[in-house]
Write a protein that binds this ligand. Structure first.
Ligand SMILES: C[S@@+](CC[C@H](N)C(=O)[O-])C[C@H]1O[C@@H](n2cnc3c(N)ncnc32)[C@H](O)[C@@H]1O
Length: 183
């Protein structure tokens, strides 16, 4: 009887261990940029520079703890989508959205920003690296609707000149608009 119990227990453990492992959701791949949050002053300045309103859907590509998408909902009445490759950041972002009481108007997705569907965005926010901005540029031009606004904390877009450039909390913030598609 004792042997039967031990064998049964071993079987249950063998079956459940992989399930528990699967629930941990490993990173999709190494992030292109390490996590460093924008300060609250910079978050507010980015959203103001993009002139965010209640009609906007703000996508933060590489959203970290979700602060930009959450502020877009809380302070500007917009809807928000945050995308991050690191499942730990997505967990924090969902927790922060819950604490802020904005879960109905914000979504966080554990995806690679280069693969994500960003076509519904009316505003895109970035705090990445210069080379990541450059690699992302063709996707922004290809996937986003004309008129979509883009703001980037600290880094520009190479030879795509910004329409506006400001400083907040000692950091540069750049602004562009997606131009009309060439026929
Ligand atoms: C500098 S942090 C910016 C966080 C947030 N946007 C902010 O301004 O507070 C960059 C974030 O991008 C994420 N990241 C890096 N490479 C990524 C990729 N290929 N796809 C999605 N997220 C990525 C990192 O995990 C990190 O959370």
């Amino acid at each position: 009887m004792r042997l039967f119990t031990i064998v049964s227990l071993a079987l249950v453990l063998a079956v459940c261990a992989p399930c528990a492992e699967a629930q941990k959701a490993p990173p999709l791949r190494a992030p292109d940029v390490h996590y460093e949050p924008s300060s609250p002053e910079i978050v507010e300045a980015m959203l103001k520079l993009a002139d965010v309103t209640k009609d906007d859907i703000v996508y933060d590509l590489g959203c970290g703890d979700g602060r930009i998408a959450i502020a877009a909902v809380q302070k500007f009445g917009a809807r928000g989508v945050g995308i991050d490759i690191d499942p730990q950041r997505i967990k924090e972002a969902n927790e922060n959205a819950r604490k802020a009481g904005v879960t109905g108007r914000v979504r966080f997705l554990n995806e690679d920003l280069f693969e994500a569907d960003i076509r519904k965005a009316t505003v895109v926010t970035l705090y990445l690296f210069p080379w990541v901005n450059l690699k992302l540029r063709p996707k922004l031009w290809n996937d986003l609707k004309p008129g979509t606004r883009i703001v980037s904390h600290s880094h520009d877009m190479g030879d795509w000149p910004p329409e506006k450039e400001i400083e907040a909390d000692g950091h540069k913030i750049y602004f562009w608009t997606i131009p009309a598609k060439k026929q």
